[in-house]
Design a binder for this molecule. Structure first.
Ligand SMILES: NC(=O)c1ccc[n+]([C@@H]2O[C@H](COP(=O)([O-])OP(=O)(O)OC[C@H]3O[C@@H](n4cnc5c(N)ncnc54)[C@H](OP(=O)(O)O)[C@@H]3O)[C@@H](O)[C@H]2O)c1
Length: 284
């Protein structure tokens, strides 16, 4: 029997059986998902549909993938098995109330709207077959960290379908909704923490005499390489750190400076503070 994947690794996506995928809101994230799904062969472009809202260039972006462009949100729902709600969070209520009469039991609703809770999605849509997903901005480059939670009427097959969609733009985990504020504080806000770290490491390189371009390239590739080592080796990051810190060497000297500046404590506090802010915003 194959060994179970370690807990830090998401469950691999099973092959998705064919279904029709509709996007309500042809925005940036919807486009990333559509492109990823087609590029990875999860669905053919002809299985994807959306309707333009105000900006015609958004429909053009979907047309360039080969997706069907319909006239109204209602047509998209009518001709889709899985409907992704990909409008901004403040528009979700209005859209779901409008679509409520069209959501028959066999349709699966998927919300990617940040901060909109399952309870509200169910209340506004009158539908219970829902999966809520929290992706993050690296979805634009196929490296999203996405977490999904299942509504009480979502089936195992629904979970597999959504896993296949979000595996096309990165990695995906399933977790209870009670974790979503912390997910937002970690993977939702996390890319910005790392942008700061890359910028600061590059500044350090420039301060130490490197040309700016070289410093920035080295800093970003170093972050990518370190993250890939954690993901691919399955080794604890502390173990990887121990492997590269020789006695009285350069790396432990650098780490000593980071610890003087409370590097780890500051990152821990950043995730906890962002989680708290997410909770406050969702209650206001
Ligand atoms: N981008 C990310 O990395 C990311 C990460 C996590 C979660 N999310 C969530 O994903 C959702 C979409 O984000 P985004 O960055 O892709 O935003 P976006 O590019 O602004 O996309 C929103 C789309 O919704 C359309 N729209 C507005 N009102 C509509 C309506 N009544 N009916 C149909 N379409 C309508 C907009 O069209 P017009 O512009 O033509 O009005 C636009 O194409 C948000 O809820 C956000 O919280 C995004």
């Amino acid at each position: 029997m194959a060994a179970a994947p370690p807990p830090s690794q998401p469950v691999p996506a099973p092959a998705a059986a064919g279904f029709r995928l509709g996007f309500i809101g042809p925005g940036n994230l919807a486009e990333s998902i559509a492109r990823g799904v087609v590029a990875s062969g999860v669905l053919p472009a002809a299985a994807i549909r959306t309707a333009p809202h105000r900006r015609p260039e958004r429909a053009a972006a979907f047309a360039s993938i080969g997706a069907h462009i319909m006239e109204t949100n209602a047509q998209v729902v009518d001709e889709s098995d899985v409907i992704v709600i990909s409008v901004k969070p403040q528009i979700v209520r209005e859209v779901l109330v409008e679509l409520k009469p069209l959501l028959s039991e066999e349709k699966l609703l998927v919300s990617i709207a940040a901060g909109i809770k399952m309870e509200d999605l169910q209340g506004w849509s009158g539908h219970r077959r829902i999966i809520r997903v929290m992706p993050n901005t690296p979805s634009a480059v196929g490296q999203a960290a996405s977490v999904m939670c299942l509504g009480d009427m979502a089936t195992d097959n629904d979970e597999n379908r959504v896993r296949s969609l979000f595996s096309a733009i990165g990695k995906v985990w399933t977790a209870e909704e009670k974790y979503f504020d912390a997910v937002t504080g970690l993977s939702g806000s996390g890319p910005a923490y790392i942008f700061l770290a890359i910028e600061a490491m590059a500044d350090g390189g420039v301060a130490a005499g490197l040309p700016r371009d070289l410093a920035l390239g080295l800093a970003s590739q170093t972050v990518l390489g370190a993250a890939t080592m954690v993901n691919q080796t399955g080794k604890h990051p502390g173990q990887l750190k121990d492997m590269v810190t020789s006695p009285a060497g350069t790396t432990i000297t650098g780490i000593q400076e980071l610890e003087k500046g409370a590097f780890r404590g500051t990152l821990i506090n950043a995730v906890v503070a962002a989680t708290k802010r997410c909770r406050e915003l969702s209650q206001s």
